[in-house]
Design a protein around this ligand. Structure first.
Ligand SMILES: Cc1cc2nc3c(=O)[nH]c(=O)nc-3n(C[C@H](O)[C@H](O)[C@H](O)COP(=O)(O)OP(=O)(O)OC[C@H]3O[C@@H](n4cnc5c(N)ncnc54)[C@H](O)[C@@H]3O)c2cc1C
Length: 513
C-alpha cells in the first residue's frame, strides 16, 4: 500500500532495504516526519516463492535490469528491488564482524585498511541490530567472537542429525564449529518451519526476518513513517551552493515526482547509491555528489570471493532439510593452513539440482538432483580487497557499469582446497564447486567508504557525505573493507548508530535504544 504522501518531509530515505529500513525504524521514534521511497513494491507471497524454476531458471523476482562489466559485456545482476531489498532473498546469517576487521589486516593478496571506528564503538549497535533482526545463536561459541555484552536474543536453532554428526567429526579433527547466528522466526510461537527454501528464496510464510518484516513493517505501524512504492529516485537536487540537498526527482510509476525535505539518506544499495550520487552531478559537483575531494565515489567495489560447494557421498542419501546452522571460523584469521586470513565457511541453504544447473545448462538436471540428494552444501566466503580500479560508474546511456577484477584469490583458493580435503577426509569423496561471478552482487559494498580523511573517503565517520551537509549514505557502500562475513547485520548496526547521531545532533531528539 502506498500512503498519501506530503510534498515535504524532515527526512527522506531512498531505498527500503536493511540500511533504509533500520534508519526508518529508528527515526520513527525521533519525532520527525519520515518518507521512505522504494523503487519496487511488496513481494507477493505465493507458491512461486519456493519454486526453483521460478526463482533460479525464470528469474521471476530478479531485477529486470542490465548492467555492463569492465569490457562492456552486458549481464543481468542477481539483485532484488522490493520492500526489504535483497534481504527478501537472503540467507539470514546475521554475523558480527571481528574486532580485527576494524584494524589493518594483512592478507596474502594485500592489506585490508583500518576503519575510522573500532569494533567497540559499533558493539552496542550490534546488540540493537541483533534484537531488531531477531538473531538466534550462542554467545561465546565462536572461537574468534568479538566481545559482546550478553546472550544472543534467541537460542541457537540446533542442528539436524547429519549436520550434528559433521560437527562432531570436525571437532575430532581439532576444529571449533559453532551455531551460525541466523535471523529466522524460530523462537517459541514463531512461524518458521525449517524448510529447504530459505537461503536464496523469499519466505512464503513471512518467517524469515528480512527488512520488510523486522524494520520497515514496525516503522510503518508506528504511524510516523510514510512509504511510497514503485518510485525510482533519479537525482538528488542540490542548492546553488552545492552544500545542501533540497529535494529528489523521481519517477513514480513512470510519472515525474519531486519531493522536498530537510535531510536525505541514500540507502539504495552500494551500486545504486553510487549511481544515484553520480547521476546527481552539477557544476558544483561535476563528478557526482561526495566526489569533489577524493574521487573515491564508486571506487573500491567489493563483493567477496564466494564459492558454493557440494560435498557428496554417492553411497548415502542426505535427508537434511535446513543445513544453514553450522559455521566455521578456524581459518578466518592466520591459521594452521596459512599464516594469513582465508575466510569463513558456513552451511548453505540446501541445494536442489536445478539451483546449480540454472547457470550451467550443460550439466543434466537429473544428475545434479542425484548429487543434491547426497550432498552437504557449503558457502565458502573470503575477503576481497579495496582496489580503486574496481569501480561502479554510469555509462553515457545511463547503464550501470561494474568494472571488477577479483583479488586476494590465493586465500580463497586455499580455503576451498583445504575445505575439500577436509570433506573428503570425513566421508564425502566427490566435491563440486561453483565460484560466484560478477552477476552475483549480493555482498556488494565499499563504493562510498567512510573515513576520517575527506581526501580518501566519501563519507565521514557518521556516514555523512563529506562535501554535502545534509546527505547520508547508510547501505553497504560505507564499508572500507568487505571482511570475510555476510554484511547485513553490520549495515543495520551502522544505520542504527547513524540514526542515533542524526536524532541527537540534527533532529535534537534521542532515537529510541
Ligand atoms: C541470495 C542472497 C543471499 C544473501 N544472504 C545473506 C546472508 O545470509 N547474510 C547477510 O548478511 N547478507 C546476505 N545477503 C546480502 C544482503 O541481503 C545484503 O547485504 C543487504 O540486504 C544489503 O542491504 P542494503 O540496504 O545495503 O541494500 P539493498 O538490499 O539492495 O536495498 C536497497 C533498496 O533500495 C531500493 N532502490 C535501489 N535504487 C533505488 C532508487 N534509485 N530509488 C528508490 N529505491 C531504490 C531497492 O529496490 C532496495 O529495496 C544475501 C543476498 C542475497 C541476494
Amino acid at each position: 500500500m502506498t500512503n498519501i504522501i506530503k510534498e515535504f518531509y524532515d527526512v527522506v530515505i531512498v531505498g527500503a532495504g536493511v540500511g533504509g529500513g533500520a534508519m526508518a525504524n529508528r527515526l520513527a521514534e525521533a519525532g520527525a516526519s519520515v518518507l521512505v521511497i522504494e523503487r519496487g513494491n511488496y513481494l507477493p507471497r505465493e507458491a512461486d516463492n519456493w519454486s526453483v524454476k521460478a526463482v533460479f531458471h525464470d528469474k521471476k523476482y530478479t531485477a529486470k535490469e542490465t548492467w555492463r562489466d569492465r569490457d562492456g559485456k552486458t549481464f543481468n545482476p542477481s539483485t532484488y528491488y522490493y520492500v526489504g531489498g535483497n534481504s527478501k532473498f537472503f540467507g539470514a546469517a546475521t554475523v558480527r564482524f571481528r574486532a580485527q576487521d576494524f584494524e589493518v589486516l594483512e592478507h596474502e593478496g594485500g592489506v585490508a585498511p583500518a576503519w575510522p571506528i573500532r569494533y567497540g564503538e559499533l558493539a552496542p549497535y550490534y546488540d540493537i541490530a541483533e534484537r531488531l533482526m531477531g538473531t538466534h545463536g550462542l554467545a561465546g561459541a565462536d572461537p574468534i567472537e568479538p566481545p559482546r555484552s550478553g546472550p544472543m536474543p534467541h537460542p541457537p536453532i540446533g542442528h539436524e542429525p547429519v549436520i550434528e554428526a559433521i560437527a562432531a567429526k570436525l571437532r575430532a579433527k581439532g576444529l571449533r564449529p559453532f551455531p551460525l547466528p541466523i535471523a529466522i522466526d524460530r523462537h517459541d510461537g514463531g512461524t518458521c518451519i525449517r524448510c529447504a527454501t530459505c537461503d536464496g528464496f523469499a519466505c512464503k510464510l513471512g518467517a524469515k526476518n528480512d527488512a520488510e518484516l523486522r524494520l520497515i513493517g514496525p516503522a510503518l505501524r508506528s504511524g510516523k513513517v510514510d512509504l511510497i512504492l514503485d518510485t525510482k529516485v533519479e537525482r538528488l537536487l542540490t542548492d546553488a551552493s552545492g552544500r545542501k540537498v533540497i529535494g529528489i526527482d523521481a519517477r513514480h510509476n513512470g510519472a515525474p515526482l519531486t519531493i522536498k525535505g530537510d535531510l536525505f539518506i541514500s540507502a539504495a544499495g552500494a551500486i545504486n547509491s553510487t549511481a544515484l550520487l553520480l547521476r546527481s552531478a552539477t557544476d558544483r559537483h561535476p563528478r557526482g555528489l561526495g566526489n569533489n575531494g577524493s574521487d573515491q565515489l564508486g571506487r573500491n567495489y567489493m563483493a567477496h570471493n564466494n564459492t558454493a560447494m557440494m560435498a557428496i557421498n554417492p553411497l548415502r542419501r542426505n535427508p537434511v532439510v535446513f543445513q544453514k546452522s553450522l559455521c566455521i571460523n578456524d581459518f578466518y584469521l592466520a591459521n594452521t593452513v596459512r599464516p594469513y586470513p582465508l575466510g569463513n565457511v558456513q552451511g548453505l541453504g540446501k541445494l536442489q539440482g536445478g539451483m546449480l544447473t540454472a547457470n550451467t545448462r550443460f550439466v543434466p538436471e537429473w544428475l545434479m538432483n542425484r548429487f543434491a540428494e547426497r550432498s552437504v552444501d557449503w558457502w565458502i566466503m573470503s575477503e576481497d580487497l579495496p582496489d580503486p580500479e574496481n569501480r561502479v560508474t554510469v555509462d553515457g546511456d545511463g547503464t550501470i557499469r561494474v568494472s571488477y577484477t577479483p583479488n586476494n584469490l590465493k586465500s580463497h583458493t586455499e580455503l576451498v582446497r583445504h575445505w575439500s580435503k577436509l570433506m573428503r577426509s570425513i566421508g564425502f569423496p566427490i566435491i563440486i564447486t561453483q565460484k560466484m561471478d560478477i552477476t552475483v552482487a549480493m555482498h556488494q559494498c565499499g563504493t562510498a567508504r567512510f573515513g576520517t580523511d575527506p581526501a580518501s573517503s566519501v563519507l565521514d565517520p557518521y556516514c555523512r557525505v563529506w562535501d554535502v551537509d545534509n546527505l547520508y549514505v547508510v547501505d553497504a557502500s560505507f564499508l572500507p573493507s568487505s571482511t570475510g562475513f555476510n554484511p547485513s547485520l553490520t549495515v543495520v548496526a551502522q544505520a542504527v548508530r547513524v540514526a542515533e547521531h542524526i536524532a541527537a545532533t540534527v533532529l535534537k531528539t534521542p532515537a529510541a535504544a
